[in-house]
Ligand binder design. Structure first.
Ligand code: GLA
Length: 389
């Protein structure tokens, strides 16, 4: 759907539901990581980009201190008072909106309520940060309505807090930062320690393709916090030998290997993956800028192997998707993306062969897994902000 058709659809639905036209619009993109799985909460690097799939909120301010929200993609609606923000067990997706409002309030920002209609082109629960995009679109809206002074990195941090403290998901900064700071046409080399980023151009002829396994993620919800805790345990033990360290970012492979015997096997494997993955981010940033096909292929393969064998965040469908991607025409490299355990993966593909690549992945993956995948090219998009017409 083109932008004008989308705007018309959202305006019409808004008028049906709220009786008038929307006045203020915000947008926030999803993201895909090109290298750097789980390195963010280890204060390392990530090579990431905002994608041309995003969440819009069309809104109209209210003067009674209430927020009323609905979505064109998800069931349910909610209305809440900004003075008393509670969780919504009946319509849990509204917690992302509530959480951002709650954290902004807690920080002392004066908030203006609104009627809002959400429309998203980011598939939900597939690892492209639909939640962070909803949080960021909400924050941008509150900023516009209240004329608040918050810069994009601060907004990302506040939205991360909303997710950590209100929603209860202990995520790192990657998703919110990518959505806040995306640049059209560039990938970002993000340093999660000082929250700075460098923009890197992707070499000509290389296309990023998202390959969604559409696997039902059977997570108990404990996998992600468990991985974090294992990394922290590694840091705790190794700090006995290297007192200055604060995160796995501060350790080299040589230091880890030297003290391998002091670590429980699983903790060692987790640490090894993170330390190697962190270096791969820097190497991949160079390779993607220079267009070094061989290096991209080797780095992506090593990232996936580590995610599967050391960090153990792969699953059968991801294995089948890897086989489909790697046997497809035009493939340069492929790896896991997002948190893992199903969801989206990412491939680097020769631009002229994207269609043939996507067709092959569709056929091969469906034949082996019985699931119809979604494979589509994405381009680097601008970060969250107001939409003006
Ligand atoms: C999820 C989290 C991010 C990051 C990735 C893995 O997307 O929200 O903070 O940890 O997983 O890299």
């Amino acid at each position: 759907m083109d932008v004008l058709a989308r705007r018309k659809l959202v305006s019409e639905r808004f008028a049906e539901r709220f009786g008038r036209q929307p006045l203020v619009w915000s947008q926030a993109p999803g993201r895909v990581d090109l290298m750097g799985s789980h390195t963010d909460y280890n204060l390392g690097y990530v090579l990431t980009q905002a994608i041309d799939r995003n969440t819009w909120i069309a809104a109209r301010p209210r003067n009674d201190g209430k927020v009323s929200i609905q979505s064109l993609n998800l069931e349910g609606r909610a209305e809440f008072t900004l003075d008393q923000i509670e969780h919504d067990t009946a319509v849990p997706w509204t917690d992302y909106v509530r959480g951002v409002a709650a954290i902004l309030r807690q920080q002392g920002y004066p908030l203006v309520g609104f009627d809002g209609l959400i429309h998203s082109t980011i598939p939900f629960g597939s690892g492209l940060s639909s939640s962070a995009a909803l949080e960021m679109a909400t924050a941008v809206l509150f900023r516009a309505l209240g004329d608040l002074e918050i810069d994009p990195v601060q907004m990302a941090l506040l939205c991360q807090r909303a997710e950590n403290e209100f929603v209860g998901m202990n995520c790192g900064i990657l998703d919110q930062y990518s959505s806040a700071m995306g640049r059209a046409g560039s990938v970002l080399l993000l340093d999660c320690r000082d929250l700075s980023s460098k923009t890197k151009p992707l070499a000509g002829g290389i296309q990023v393709v998202v390959c969604d396994t559409r696997a039902q993620r059977e997570l108990t919800g404990s996998e992600y916090p468990e991985r974090r805790a294992q990394c922290e345990e590694g840091v705790r033990i190794l700090a006995n030998f290297y007192p200055g360290i604060q995160a796995l970012r501060d350790l080299s492979i040589e230091q880890l290997e030297f003290h391998k015997a002091t670590l429980p096997g699983m903790v060692y494997r987790r640490c090894r993956f993170i330390i190697e993955e962190n270096q791969r981010v820097l190497d991949m940033a160079d390779a993607l800028t220079a267009g070094g096909r061989d290096q991209i292929s080797v780095l992506a393969a090593a990232s996936y192997a580590g995610a599967r064998d050391l960090y153990e965040i792969s699953c059968e469908e991801m294995e089948l998707m890897m086989a489909a991607m790697l046997s497809a025409p035009g493939v340069i490299g492929a790896r896991q993306a997002g948190a893992g355990f199903g969801g989206c993966m990412v491939a680097f593909v020769e631009q002229g062969q994207v269609e043939a690549f996507a067709w092959h992945v569709g056929e091969r993956y469906q034949a082996s897994s019985g699931i119809e995948p979604h494979a589509y090219p994405v381009s680097a998009a601008p970060g969250a902000g107001p939409l003006s017409w």
